[in-house]
Ligand binder design. Structure first.
Ligand code: GMT
Length: 374
């Protein structure tokens, strides 16, 4: 199969997922063509079946905003023609589903008929897609994709509720490459914390929707009771406020802002607990990756998190904004080493429900059904 994958290259779950899929199918011998404006972090440069096509946007002084969608549609047309692609798979509806619709029209005009799969990831539906400036175009391009998938049942339902959708949406959950995650060694752990300290981890792109102040407040409550370090992986607009809050709560010395690192498995492998108190979360890929590393998750009851984190088994889910309850749940695990060990094992077992092999095959089956009508 020859597949075009379109995604945002930035630090975020949709780009991570798109690249994990490209890498996985590439390893199986499929020819994967990644189309984006920068090389995505998780793209495996040593996988010779994964090729990168950069979208070239012309800077012209007449434009205040450069017309990226136009350049993206053109890049898709070029890639389909030159690489003889069988299918285009776009991740995150905005602006990819719309640009893919245009590319498909242009190609059809040239006698080339190519199916387009759109995968909805989260804020393309729950937040950004709701903006009146985008909503009609998002709705149109979902309805006009050849197939549409959502990463959780919660997101599928929300799409149906919020948009005038006249077609089915298939749920294909995110997956995790279990080979990538394992418990880390003491040497790595000692770089971050002393023997008495527990390591709490948070990974995100630090947007408002992630409720970064809640992460800091939960940590401050944990640290008031026991020695601990908080490792903040990622970066984004909420970081300065998080630093100020950590300072005012007197715990800044124990909060490590690591920025955007690509090998998060090393950090997760030495973490004892993962925090994800988001306002909205369609799936929570970062929580799944933590679970695969044997890290129990304390999170909010937002969106699709309940489909990933099994409450009372691989972690705990509490109401959005209830930092007290989340801190208590964290301490319930961290102060009871037997319970913690049980949750660690259960987290790994539970993450195996999202196996890369099975879910990768589901995508492949979808591609085959659209390309060959099987
Ligand atoms: O929708 C977003 O916020 C962006 C997106 C991303 O690129 O980080 O995240 C979403 O997609 C991830 C991968 O499918 C999901 O794991 C995240 O839950 C989801 N984020 C939100 O819903 C806030």
């Amino acid at each position: 199969m020859r597949v075009g994958i379109v995604c945002h290259p930035t630090f975020g779950g949709s780009g991570v997922m798109a690249m994990e899929l490209a890498n996985h199918l590439g390893r199986q011998g499929h020819s994967m063509h990644v189309i984006s404006y920068a090389q995505p972090v998780r793209l495996d440069p040593f996988n010779t079946n994964v090729h990168y096509h950069e979208v070239q946007v012309q800077n012209y002084p007449l434009f205040l905003h450069q017309p990226y969608e136009l350049a993206l549609s053109s890049a898709m047309v070029e890639a389909v023609r030159r690489e003889r692609l069988d299918i285009l798979h776009v991740h995150y509806a905005i602006p990819h589903a719309y640009a893919a619709f245009m590319a498909r029209q242009i190609l059809a005009d040239q006698g080339i008929h190519i199916p387009v799969v759109t995968t909805l990831h989260g804020t393309d539906i729950t937040l950004v897609g709701q903006h009146p400036g985008y909503k009609p175009a998002v709705c149109f391009s979902i309805n006009h994709s050849t197939a549409v998938t959502a990463v959780s049942e919660s997101l599928r339902r929300e799409t149906m509720d919020q948009f005038n959708i006249v077609r089915p949406i298939q749920v294909i959950p995110n997956f995790v490459d279990m080979n990538r995650y394992s418990r880390g060694d003491d040497a790595t752990r000692q770089n971050i914390a002393t023997a008495e300290e527990v390591i709490i981890c948070h990974v995100s792109n630090f947007r408002k929707v992630k409720r970064i102040p809640d992460v800091i407040q939960i940590f401050a409550k944990i640290r008031a009771v026991r020695p601990a370090k908080l490792v903040m992986v990622g970066d984004g607009p909420e970081r300065p406020a998080a630093e100020t809050l950590a300072e005012s709560l007197g715990c800044i010395a124990d909060v490590l802002f690591l920025g955007k690192i690509s090998n998060i498995e090393r950090i997760l492998g030495v973490s004892d607990l993962f925090l994800l108190p988001s306002e909205s979360e369609s799936f929570g890929l970062a929580a799944l990756e933590a679970m695969a590393s044997g890290v129990p998750v304390v999170a909010s009851q937002a969106g699709g998190l309940a489909e990933v984190v099994e409450h009372g088994l691989s972690g705990f889910l509490e109401p959005i904004g209830d930092v007290e309850a989340m801190a208590n749940r964290a301490l319930e695990l961290l102060n009871d080493s037997k319970k913690h060990a049980v949750f660690m094992a259960q987290a790994i077992a539970s993450s195996k429900r999202f196996s890369m092999e099975a879910i990768g095959q589901t995508y492949l089956d979808l591609y085959h059904s659209l390309v060959h009508g099987e």
